[in-house]
Design a protein around this ligand. Structure first.
Ligand SMILES: [Zn+2]
Length: 85
């Protein structure tokens, strides 16, 4: 992963520049932050939708789905090995 970190104001306690934020951009955008003042913490949650959840979402935004290509299937397998242990 590649990315960087910076300090920001905390949305919980209002501390100035007490929120230590990290952002990774590859292979996907991953954000996390921890307030060094009050302990507020959050991060991007990684999960894979169940088939019926995915169906519902596609339907709700009229997304025309197609089957994953062999390459995409392999990409998923490699990704899962790293991020969904
Ligand atoms: Zn805080």
């Amino acid at each position: 992963m590649s990315g960087n970190s910076y300090s920001s104001d905390c949305g919980r306690c209002g501390g100035k520049k007490t929120l230590y934020c990290s952002i990774d951009t590859k292979p996907f955008e991953y954000n996390s932050a921890d307030c060094l003042n009050c302990g507020f913490s959050y991060y991007t949650k990684i999960l894979i939708l169940q088939k019926d959840e995915l169906k519902k979402l596609r339907k709700s935004i009229n997304y025309k789905s197609k089957k994953l290509t062999k390459q995409e299937q392999n990409n998923c397998k490699e990704f899962d090995k790293i991020y969904l242990k």
